[in-house]
Design a protein around this ligand. Sequence first.
Ligand code: GLN
Length: 200
Amino acid sequence: MPPVVGVLALQGDVREHCAALRSVGADPVPVRRPSELDALDAVVLPGGESTTIDKLLRAFGMFVPLRDRLRDGMPAYGSCAGMVLLADRLLGGTADQQTLGGMDITVRRNAFGRQVDSFETDLHVDGLDGGPVHAVFIRAPWVEQAGPGATVLARVEDGPAAGRIVAVRQQTLLVTAFHPEVTGDDRVHRLFVDIVRGNR
Ligand code: GLN
């Protein structure tokens, strides 16, 4: 049976994540309600606006049940705003912004600043064969600090942000500051689904 991977469908590029997950052999399902969490083997938290997703999670009664599933060890992949949501510590959030947490990282929202608001670059991601990944950053966060339990998989390689951490894994949690779902390169989703298969 293919693993059932929920894609949080409150906001963001849900369709693209579903397509990427399907292409690597998972069974993607858009998720909006707490009751839909029960059937999932794993979840993807897409990009969008983390403050809005946080508010919608709370409005839909999803915040606590999703946080509890994550605490119980459900694998999760967060891209961009999804990375913000999975961070234990947040810099540059709004006053009432909460994160689901789970990953021992400090994330800075909108970290790349106005001049380089959105950009694309090639970078090497540990654990992905086949050469560099073309990474698309859209008003992206970066990981300011990764704790001892978290493994850094990628850093920006050139330009003013060189050295900044943009992909991290901690056991069955994976985050990227960039959006692999928009490039047609499904290697990050393949890595995640391999993690999910290993967890079952
Ligand atoms: N800037 C957004 C936030 O803080 C993230 C942008 C994105 O997901 N593309 O949530």
